[in-house]
Design a protein. Structure first.
Length: 233
């Protein structure tokens, strides 16, 4: 497995540094580099690649506008000198963003994420869904091992994913969409506001589900699940 990459950056030194870093990873192949966004965009129209490193702030068009213009979008890692990452990057589902000057350790982390996600995406949907969940949070993609999910909570347009012994993850996604990404044998919706992992249910009583550290309500819509769960015990 080798990911084909290109890099677009109007700063020649930054471009050379990215090219040097990429050469250190056997899983990556740099097929071209560009110092202007227009040339890079034209190349991408005729030459699909797996991974794009692109600067956000360029004089002709921004990296964000470039990515938005692509009909077929590769995985994207934005590079930027500014800490205030634009919200549009989140909407474009960027894999990651790396601050300049680019540190090799931070670059490595971004590359490992790209390789990992590429492998995940290449698996059959059923097999991939059994292992992990990928969501966008804080302007970058986050991998969540399914076994660490305590429960999922709806917050209008957002969902909160409560993780064992870790910070809660907030992502812009409706409950219906996240439910489609989860294996139906392992996760169950019990309420318009809650999804729970079936194997972490300790008890169900009085239309309430007891998990390890929290008790959640069951709405009448999902009473059949409660009855079936009780019969199996």
């Amino acid at each position: 497995m080798v990911l084909k990459c290109i890099a677009i950056d109007d700063e020649p030194l930054a471009l050379r540094l990215i090219n040097d870093y990429v050469s250190r990873f056997p899983a990556l192949q740099m097929v071209n580099t560009f110092e202007d966004a227009i040339s890079g965009a034209e190349f991408l129209k005729h030459n699909p690649v797996d991974l794009l490193f692109v600067d956000i702030n360029m004089p002709d068009i921004t990296g964000i506008d470039l990515v938005r213009s692509l009909d077929v979008k590769p995985m994207v890692i934005f590079t930027t000198a500014h800490k205030n990452f634009a919200y549009e990057g989140f909407e474009l589902e960027a894999l990651d963003y790396v601050l300049k000057p680019i540190d090799i350790k931070r670059f490595t982390k971004a590359v490992e994420k790209a390789v990992d996600y590429y492998k995940y995406r290449s698996k059959p949907a059923e097999e991939a869904a059994e292992e992990s969940l990928y969501v966008y949070s804080e302007y970058r993609m986050v991998k969540i091992d399914l076994g660490t999910i305590e429960y999922i909570e709806s917050m209008e347009d957002y969902i909160k994913i409560h993780i064992t012994n870790e910070k809660t993850i907030l992502t812009l996604m409706p409950m219906k969409k996240v439910l489609e990404k989860l294996p139906t044998s392992k996760f169950q919706r019990i309420h318009r506001s809650y999804i729970v992992p079936v194997n972490k249910i300790r008890s169900i009583q009085n239309r309430k589900v007891q998990l390890t550290d929290v008790e959640l309500p069951i709405s009448e819509t999902y009473n059949d699940f409660a009855r079936n769960w009780a019969k199996q015990k």
